[in-house]
Design a protein around this ligand. Structure first.
Ligand SMILES: Cc1ncc(C[n+]2csc(CCOP(=O)(O)OP(=O)(O)O)c2C)c(N)n1
Ligand code: SF4
Length: 300
């Protein structure tokens, strides 16, 4: 196994200019800065409309030092396939092609193109940053918004449906690498991107990215809340490598300790969950306990 990256071994080179248009405390900002360090030069980013396009900015004040292709909402993965073919025609196959989209651009409107590319096994990395809503257009619910969350278009009862499990959908394609990560554990994200780049075919990493205005918390708590999501077992860090599932990092340690923080501690940090009833909190806890019961049994 490759040595884990530490703050001392993280490359110093930056691919994001200081200052960009993301909100203070944006989880995406952290994931993007560290993610680009892992991707390095010789990378072309393909990005659909989202907070990431706002963060990147418009030429000549763009915040990213890598070439970016902004495409329509539904077409990130299709554009990545096209880019691979163009690079092949030019004999520049050493250049890495990376799609980077929000949860709306992945779980909902981008999923057809992504599923098609994964089924063909096109050789690119797709990164989804999951802020659990359509944030750039004013916090509407997406397929990955959790049940009970209040959004601009679920204002009274909160979202009625469960969060869509996109990493599981991607793993079901049988691709060689699917992982989950969190902007609250940026070095883990760095190592997962590095591993993905060493493999052939379509690779997928799902990144949980706390969003202060969309979730309703003060910007200074972004890391704390991202960590609580993992410590409560609400959001798990794992890899599915060549079909083998394994928990990683902080989630792996939690299986050994068997000490999950009650999920209510996570839910009460965000005003989007303000209308959850005690029964809904108990139901969320029961779902987590069932899932983690399975992890404990596998670990015995
Ligand atoms: C086909 C289409 N529908 C709607 C929009 C408007 N739009 C631009 S960004 C955005 C939200 C993107 O949400 P997500 O992918 O989750 O990224 P986030 O904004 O949360 O970063 C929407 C709905 C669009 N550009 N194209
Ligand atoms: S709305 Fe959320 S995801 Fe978008 S820039 Fe602000 S903090 Fe980041």
């Amino acid at each position: 196994m490759a040595a884990k990256t530490t703050i001392l071994t993280l490359p110093k080179e930056e691919f994001v200019h200081p200052g960009n248009r993301a909100c203070t405390g944006c989880g995406l900002s952290i994931a993007y800065r560290i993610g680009l360090k892992a991707l390095g030069s010789d990378t072309i980013l393909i990005v659909p409309p989202s907070c990431l396009t706002v963060l990147q900015g418009l030429f000549p004040v763009a915040s990213t030092k890598l070439p970016c292709l902004n495409v329509t909402f539904a077409s990130t993965a299709a554009a990545a396939t096209g880019m691979l073919e163009a690079l092949k025609a030019q004999g520049r196959e050493h250049i890495k092609v990376v799609g980077w989209a929000g949860d709306g651009g992945t779980a909902d409107i981008g999923i057809q193109a992504l599923s098609g590319a994964a089924e063909r096994g096109d050789d690119f990395l797709f990164l989804c940053y999951d802020n659990e809503g359509y944030m750039n257009t004013g916090v509407q619910r997406s397929g990955t918004t959790p049940r009970g969350a209040v959004t601009a278009n679920t204002p009274i009862k909160g979202k009625m449906q469960q969060k869509k499990d996109v990493p599981a959908i991607m793993a079901a394609h049988g691709i060689d690498y699917v992982a989950t990560a969190s902007s609250a554990y940026p070095l883990d994200l760095y190592d997962k991107i590095k591993k993905a780049l060493s493999l052939q075919g379509t690779k997928y990493i799902h990144i949980h990215t706390p969003c202060p205005p969309g979730w309703g918390f003060e910007p200074r708590y972004a890391i704390k809340i991202g960590r609580l999501a993992v410590e409560t077992g609400y959001y798990d860090l794992y890899e599915v490598e060549k079909g083998e599932f394994r928990l990683t990092g902080a989630s792996e340690k939690l299986v050994e300790k068997r000490q999950l923080v009650p999920v209510g501690e996570y839910l009460k940090t965000q005003s989007r969950f303000r209308i959850l009833t005690p029964e809904q909190v108990a139901d969320t806890q029961a779902r987590i306990d069932r899932k983690w019961g399975g992890y404990y049994r596998t670990n015995e």
